[in-house]
Ligand binder design. Structure first.
Ligand SMILES: NC(=O)c1ccc[n+]([C@@H]2O[C@H](COP(=O)([O-])OP(=O)(O)OC[C@H]3O[C@@H](n4cnc5c(N)ncnc54)[C@H](OP(=O)(O)O)[C@@H]3O)[C@@H](O)[C@H]2O)c1
Length: 256
């Protein structure tokens, strides 16, 4: 197990950082991708302390060439790839009547196309290792809202993308799933909650409490709650679970 290699995007903070650190217990090497070298270095220290070798890629994943370069460098250094966790995402949290074409494109470029390009670039290596891909979507894929239109739309598109990869993966021996976080307390969630506070004329603390009550959760998720779901999907014991969505939302989604 400890010769296994994982790639984690969005690894500089939030869910991606927690996932990289969690995977360091199960993998020998964890490649860390985000734009910011300094924060990635912080994650790398934590990964090392947890027992794995970190490999840093400070890249903007919206660049079309980034995915292939990251995969090639990882294979050159370690010869294999066993798991790919696509977590980077910064879809604009803007009302659908205000969202510009550029903002739509930017949201797709990072969250959708980087996951698509990385999965394709890593596919041969994943075939060889009988590896696993998990792509982050979000519960808004099932509950799109006008105020966050691009978020729900891109998350829904990711479910279809992952399902199509999983279809090919049945033949090729590659497991592909999506992870759907609910309301997880990260920088991104704090930005969203600040917008909620402004809209309702509330102080941030009161908004945090009211939003949780409104969506029906006992507490916000921690990044580690989602990291554990990724770790599960990357254990050999879960290999027959493929083409599915793993919702991790503290009961927020009220439909079946
Ligand atoms: N938090 C939630 O409640 C929640 C709910 C549902 C879904 N999600 C999804 O979960 C994922 C992670 O969310 P989070 O809350 O952990 O977000 P976050 O704290 O804002 O972290 C986002 C990560 O993506 C990286 N990133 C942003 N732009 C990038 C770019 N152009 N190229 C490469 N990396 C980039 C960031 O690093 P740099 O800035 O250093 O590049 C950071 O590591 C996202 O896809 C989000 O949509 C989150």
């Amino acid at each position: 197990m400890m010769d296994r290699v994982a790639i984690v995007t969005g690894a500089s903070r939030g869910i991606g950082r927690a996932t990289a650190i969690r995977l360091a217990r199960d993998f020998g090497v964890v490649a860390l991708v985000a734009r910011t070298q300094e924060t990635l270095a912080g994650t790398a220290d934590a990964v090392r302390a947890a027992g794995a070798v970190p490999l840093i890629f400070a890249r903007d994943l919206r660049e079309p060439g980034a995915a292939a370069a990251i995969v090639a460098a990882t294979r050159d250094s370690f010869g294999r790839i066993d798991a790919l966790a696509c977590i980077a995402g910064a879809v604009p949290q803007v009302d659908m009547f205000a969202l510009t074409d550029e903002q739509w494109d930017d949201g797709f470029a990072l969250k959708f196309h980087s996951a698509r390009r990385l999965t394709i670039a890593a596919w041969d290596a994943l075939k060889s290792s009988r590896g696993s891909v998990a792509i982050t979507s979000g519960t808004s894929a099932y509950t799109p809202k006008a105020s966050l239109a691009a978020v729900g739309t891109i998350n829904a598109a990711i479910l279809a993308l992952a399902k199509a990869f999983a279809d090919r993966g049945v033949k090729d021996g590659v497991q592909v799933n999506t992870v759907l976080p609910g309301s997880v307390m990260t920088d991104r969630r704090r930005t969203m909650l600040q917008g909620y506070a402004d809209t309702h004329g509330l102080p941030l603390d009161a908004a945090i409490e009211r939003f949780a009550a409104e969506v029906g959760i006992a507490r916000y998720g921690q990044p580690e709650d989602i990291a554990n779901a990724f770790a599960f999907l990357f254990t050999p014991d879960s290999h027959w679970i493929t083409g599915t969505t793993l919702r991790v939302d503290g009961g927020e989604t009220k439909l079946l």
